[in-house]
Design a protein around this ligand. Structure first.
Ligand SMILES: [Zn+2]
Length: 381
């Protein structure tokens, strides 16, 4: 009977977590979580994802249990109402255990301090002019990063890194980020895993999934090559204990842009410029078109290739999954749902504000975690 309490007790713990971010930051995210996530064995096998196996086997088990329940309902002994209640009790306990494990293994990270606090990036409202200046800087950096890559005749990047290449590039990027003391980065354990049914997953619009039960960062291996580097770094940011989408995007950008690898740098800038430019379009379409004209022809070709890829998968399935994702985010302390992806731009603006105010300073210090960044040649805009 005590098992019946697991669901309400876990829910109570999330209410406590929401109201005590400092406790979650100090006790869970930076102490317990690294121990828990490091101990999960599934992440250390690079070739396939246990997430997919669990999902497949889990679906069969649920279907089997439903059939078994229906048969017993009509053929078993005792009152039907009693049998329904007994089954509901079992379902409640199983859901309670899954709910508890979700938070214990990773989910409490939703309630830690915002990354702006951890990295010492003060949040403030930004003007349209600041957003415009950020976009101009980012387009310039993206053009430079794209210029360092070779191209096919049609303009898209010639190099398609293999899965092993991608895993190694992103592992090195996170190792460097840790070495450079980028706030909150503790280095990498385990591998980001390619999803075997990636093409099917593209119909849902999903580019990657972090699965807390196995500690696996999974990525869609079918998406355009220029997206993949940032996608891997985004999922690995979740593995580092940053649950919020906008923060994982910002960390992916910082880690990619700080990397020694030309392909990753471009992937990171492509992610950053896409987000910043969509915000600029929202507030000032004329300024957006002016900045858009600064893109190099190679980037325009990449943008067109990217749009053509995703156009193949537009439809009801993608819309449904966007709706599901929106609901999921709303249940995790992110009241504005998918719109919270826009807050990545606020972090970039805060970062730019700090650096442009201190142009002669090569190191920016985080209030809580030491150095945030250490470069003059610059990935920071
Ligand atoms: Zn994510």
């Amino acid at each position: 009977m005590l098992w019946l309490l697991i669901f309400p007790l876990t829910w109570l713990s999330t209410v406590f977590a929401q109201n005590n971010p400092a406790f979650i930051e100090n006790v869970y995210s930076t102490f317990l979580y690294p121990l828990i996530s490091g101990a999960l064995p599934f992440q250390y096998l690079p070739y396939f994802s246990f997430f997919e196996i669990i999902l497949g086997v889990g679906s069969i088990v649920v279907l089997g249990a439903l059939v078994l329940f229906s048969v017993r309902l009509f053929r078993g002994k005792g009152g039907r109402v009693w049998r329904v209640l007994k089954t509901l009790q079992k379902v409640f306990i199983v859901c309670g255990v899954c709910y508890f494990l979700f938070y214990f293994l990773w989910g409490y990270n939703y309630y830690r301090h915002p990354y702006s606090v951890i990295a010492g990036l003060p949040e403030a409202l930004s003007t349209k002019e600041e957003l415009y200046a950020l976009c101009v800087d980012l387009v310039g950096k993206a053009n430079d990063a794209r210029g360092a890559l070779s191209s096919h005749e049609e303009g898209t990047p010639a190099d398609q890194p293999s899965v092993a290449d991608l895993q190694e590039k992103t592992r090195l990027a996170y190792t460097k980020a840790k070495h450079d003391k980028i706030a909150g980065i503790s280095g990498v354990t385990g591998f980001a895993k390619p999803i075997a049914i990636s093409r099917l997953v593209s119909y849902t619009g999903i580019t990657g999934i972090y699965f807390p039960y196995t500690g696996e960062a999974n990525f869609n291996n079918d998406v355009p090559v220029l997206d993949k580097g940032a996608v891997l770094c985004h999922e690995m940011a979740h593995r580092q204990g940053f649950a919020r989408e906008d923060e994982a995007n910002f960390i992916a950008f910082v880690v990619c842009a700080n990397s020694d690898d030309a392909y990753l740098r471009y992937s990171g800038y492509f992610l950053a410029v896409t987000h910043a430019m969509s915000q600029l379009y929202r507030v000032d379409a004329e300024a957006y078109h002016e900045v858009y004209s600064r893109y190099s022809p190679e980037i325009i070709a990449d943008i067109n290739a990217n749009r053509a890829y995703w156009r193949m998968f537009e439809g009801d399935v993608a819309r449904t999954f966007t709706q599901i994702n929106d609901t999921y985010l709303k249940t995790h302390n992110l009241s504005d749902g998918v719109q919270s992806y826009g807050r990545m731009v606020d972090l970039m603006l805060a970062q730019r504000r700090i650096l442009s105010a201190k142009t002669d300073i090569v190191a920016v210090y985080s209030a809580s975690r030491g150095l945030f960044c250490l470069t003059t040649s610059g990935f920071l805009v």
